[in-house]
Design a protein around this ligand. Structure first.
Ligand code: ZN
Length: 293
């Protein structure tokens, strides 16, 4: 059965890794995804040994470290930096027992349309092959997460899948983020999920979306699962039909949750995640889909 995860972004303004650990354990999460900035903050007053000790005696376990960024269009020196960064993160991941590092395509690109899809595809596959090679020597996987926003290099389900297939490494797969895939085209392409090999979906980020025009949307519009306009039922039904049974992790960046008590947000995150995935798992997602399409 599906496992629930918590991504530290969700309440990060007033939380800390230490607090996230305590609260995810208290509210029954199976996994935590650790944000690099929060880890760096934690390590100012703790050691990696403290983190290992926590996981040794807790139900909640580390699933990933987020994230390696700006992987696209690097020159040779830039790629060398990327190797070093990946090795440093993989060393931490191995030490604490986190199976994955999340990598995202370059965002904030000026004129992303100046690159052809073939150029982007080749460049991203090359970068991920490097990341995958480094990570393999640490026994860590790379979960590559397409982001549908217009200024991002790799945006859709199909693009992410084509690249991961090109890389063709056992330890390189996809992180599917519901919001990030929705903002590409409002999920007109949602059926493309059926293209992806089950073993290539390493993790899922769950997040709903405010009712606004697509071109206005940004990460700050992510809502708790079930509170927005995304057809979560169809998304998870397609994953379950495939046999997906890995972690589903809540990852929000909405300022309204950042202002709420951290406990409340972390507790609510798991409840809302479970409500959505249980409904889809019971098949109601499918029925809903048939009614409305
Ligand atoms: Zn994500």
């Amino acid at each position: 059965m599906m496992k629930t995860g918590y991504n530290g972004a969700t309440a990060m303004k007033y939380s800390s890794l230490e607090k996230d650990l305590e609260l995810t354990e208290r509210f029954g999460y199976d996994y935590i995804e650790i944000r690099l900035s929060m880890l760096e903050e934690y390590l100012k007053s703790h050691s990696l040994g403290d983190l290992k000790d926590f996981f040794a005696s807790s139900h909640v376990q580390p699933f990933s470290i987020n994230a390696i960024e700006y992987i696209n269009f690097r020159d040779e020196a830039g790629l060398e930096d990327l190797r070093k960064e990946t090795a440093a993160l993989c060393e931490i991941a191995r030490e604490i027992g986190a199976p994955y590092i999340v990598a995202v395509p370059t965002f904030g690109m000026n004129e992303p349309e100046r690159y052809s899809w073939e150029e982007i595809r080749e460049d991203t596959a090359r970068a991920l092959d490097i990341l995958g090679g480094v990570a393999q020597s640490f026994g860590v996987g790379i979960a590559f997460e397409p982001i549908g926003l217009r200024d991002c290099a790799v945006r859709s389900i199909r693009q992410g899948w084509e690249i991961v297939r090109d890389v063709d490494r056992e330890n390189v797969g996809l992180a599917l983020d519901v919001f990030n895939l929705y903002v590409y085209d409002g999920f007109k392409d949602i059926e493309d999920l059926s293209l992806i090999g089950k073993d290539k979906i390493f993790l899922v980020h769950i997040d709903d979306c405010e009712n606004r025009p697509i071109e206005e949307l940004d990460h700050c519009h992510r809502l708790m699962p079930g509170d927005g306009i995304i057809d979560m039922g169809r998304f998870f039904t397609l994953l379950f039909e495939k046999g997906f049974d890995q972690m589903v992790s809540i990852e929000l960046f909405h300022p309204k949750y950042w202002e709420m008590p951290v406990e409340e947000v972390i507790e609510m995150g798991r409840e809302k995640t479970l409500a959505v995935i249980e409904k889809a798992f019971m098949g109601e997602g499918t029925a809903e889909h048939l009614k409305t399409h």
